[in-house]
Design a binder for this molecule. Structure first.
Ligand code: GRF
Length: 188
């Protein structure tokens, strides 16, 4: 049984979906949810799912080993970012080579990079009149959205789409594919 740590900064629907998906599996479980945002919806979801959670600040994340120690104590095998907005320090990337993944709500390399998160991404995709968007699951490196791509899935962008309607279509793709792709990587 492998231990997955999930990092999220916001609502946490992906985090919860991953928790629930692995609850029925013998391959892995979510051993902890970690967030930089004390007001994040993901905290309530962690409590409801009875998954241990940790809230940390920027100083702890960037300049101390306290998150590293928690990950070590949990015997963390794999790190999943699910709507997590801070860059991962290189010391953590080095401890988990090819074991940290992120999901991006667009087809990278387009519509990625600093500031391209949440509705900003969908807004831009709609503005550019793209006919297709989707999700990208990729490895995490020291730069926003630049690690190598593992998996993509697409969906149409409709002429009448708003950021909300496009986001919900993308969320369906995320919830379907993210846990499956994580499990494949764990079983490699
Ligand atoms: C998702 O669209 C994900 O791709 C992006 O942030 C969003 C998080 O959604 N990185 P949620 O908090 O899991 O609902």
């Amino acid at each position: 049984m492998k231990n997955i740590a999930v990092f999220a900064s916001g609502n946490g629907s992906n985090a919860q979906n991953i928790v629930e998906w692995f609850a029925y599996k013998s391959t892995a479980r979510v051993s902890r949810i970690l967030t930089n945002n004390p007001g994040a919806g993901v905290i309530e979801r962690a409590k409801q799912s009875m998954v241990p959670f940790t809230v940390f600040n920027r100083e702890e994340w960037k300049n101390t080993n306290c998150i590293d120690e928690i990950l070590k104590k949990d015997e963390t095998d794999f790190i999943v970012l699910a709507g997590f907005l801070w860059l991962v320090p290189s010391r953590i990337i080095q401890q988990y080579p090819d074991k940290i993944v992120n999901i991006h709500p667009a087809l990278l390399p387009k519509y990625g990079g600093k500031g391209m998160f949440g509705d900003n991404v969908h807004q831009k995709v709609i503005e550019m009149k793209e006919e297709e968007s989707g999700i990208t699951i990729h490895y995490v490196n020291e730069h926003y959205d630049e690690g190598s791509i593992i998996f993509q899935a697409t969906c149409p962008v409709l002429p009448e789409d708003t950021t909300e309607t496009l986001a919900s279509r993308i969320h369906i793709l995320e919830h379907k594919h993210y846990p499956e792709e994580i499990e494949k990587l764990l079983l490699r």
